[in-house]
Design a protein around this ligand. Structure first.
Ligand code: FAD
Length: 326
């Protein structure tokens, strides 16, 4: 399984395949996990989820932002999305990825972009979540949040349980609304737990800590064992249902999403949209290669099978030649 995980993560970082996927768009069938390519389409998806009692966090997917112009375009698109959320009066907030807004290019430029977004969202009472990405961006993202939070309070971030410093960060940011996750990227053993059991145990510890001591907690997982543990924990400790919510990704475990909503838990679906779906989709396969079952028939036609087959062969050859060298 770790080889498959590495394989899909490598695919997620392949810019040529990303460009090709943009060209094919959602025609390949990625609509089962991506809620459209345009703002009107995503608004329709949100309305449908809202009608089922589900709140949403919306993400304009953006990968491989290399220059200020691309980052500025991404910011404009996010501002338009916020306007549309407000105009349509839907129950939704925004999730943004700092790399998409130029964090890897210029911190101050990215800070100005995030301030503009959080400021606009603040006018409409909309919350903004700073998604966490790779380890290199972890501290810069906390720095962004620290600075933006000096002006606005409608901001929060994510804690990835695989990092050794996750507990320390959960304690430091306990007065913020936090989304707690296991972590989606491949990280070094110098900074992150590698074994599932260690990650799961740390995840539970962070959830319990923030539920007892923190502001609002978003428990973002598809893991029914964690969900069941949380249900029991909140009951044992008398934690009210308005202090936390469960979050899952659009298109995943719909049965569980419906069940939790029917049981009266607050539920929020992470709704990604846009033409840049490819890297997002590959990371979902890296997390759980069986996810391919959800989408195989729709996504992989003859053409994409060939592209992915070639990429797989190149990846495996690369690993073998590395192994032979060492
Ligand atoms: C709303 C949301 C937001 C996120 N935001 C971020 C972020 O900002 N940064 C980041 O690094 N990561 C983020 N992630 C991804 C996260 O870090 C994990 O990589 C991802 O959620 C996989 O871990 P898991 O907790 O869902 O369970 P896993 O450890 O993947 O799965 C545990 C068990 O749950 C069951 N299971 C899982 N998925 C399914 C399924 N589809 N169908 C049936 N059974 C299943 C299986 O039994 C599996 O063994 C986010 C995830 C969610 C849900």
């Amino acid at each position: 399984m770790p080889v498959l995980r590495d394989f899909f993560i490598a695919l997620s970082e392949n810019q040529t395949l990303n460009k090709a996927a943009q060209k094919y768009g959602l025609k390949l069938g990625a609509q089962s996990v991506v809620a459209g390519t345009t703002i009107p389409e995503v608004i329709e998806s949100i309305k449908e989820l809202n009608a089922q009692g589900v709140s949403c966090t919306v993400n304009n997917i953006g990968e491989f932002v290399h220059d200020l112009e691309e980052a500025t375009k991404a910011k404009e698109h996010i501002l338009e999305t916020i306007e549309a959320l407000h105009e349509n009066g839907v129950d939704a907030h925004i999730s943004i990825k700092p790399s998409q807004l130029g964090l890897e290019i210029d911190f101050d430029f990215c800070y100005d972009n995030v301030m503009e977004i959080v400021g606009k969202a603040n006018e409409y009472g909309i919350f903004v979540n700073l998604d966490q990405e790779t380890y290199e961006l972890l501290q810069p993202t906390y720095d962004l949040m620290d600075q933006v939070a000096q002006t606005y309070d409608n901001i929060g971030t994510v804690i990835q349980a695989y990092f050794f410093n996750a507990k320390e960060k959960t304690e430091r940011y306990k007065d913020f609304r936090l989304r707690l996750v296991k972590g989606a990227y491949k990280e070094s053993a110098n900074v992150a737990y590698q074994d599932k059991i260690d990650i799961d145990l740390n995840f539970i510890e962070l959830i319990e800590y923030h539920l007892l001591n923190g502001k609002f907690t978003s428990i973002a997982t598809h893991d029914h064992n964690v969900v069941n543990h949380v249900k029991q924990f909140v009951e044992d400790h008398g934690i009210p249902k308005d202090k936390f919510e469960f979050q899952m990704l659009y298109g995943f475990r719909k049965d569980l999403q419906e069940q939790l909503t029917a049981e009266g838990y607050q539920f929020c679906t992470y709704v990604p949209f846009g033409t840049d779906w490819y890297g997002y989709f590959m990371r979902r396969l890296a997390e759980r290669p069986q996810n391919i079952n959800l989408v195989t028939k729709q996504v992989f036609n003859k053409k994409t099978n060939t592209v992915i087959g070639l990429a797989a062969a190149a990846f495996i050859l690369g690993r073998l030649s590395k192994r032979n060298k060492s």
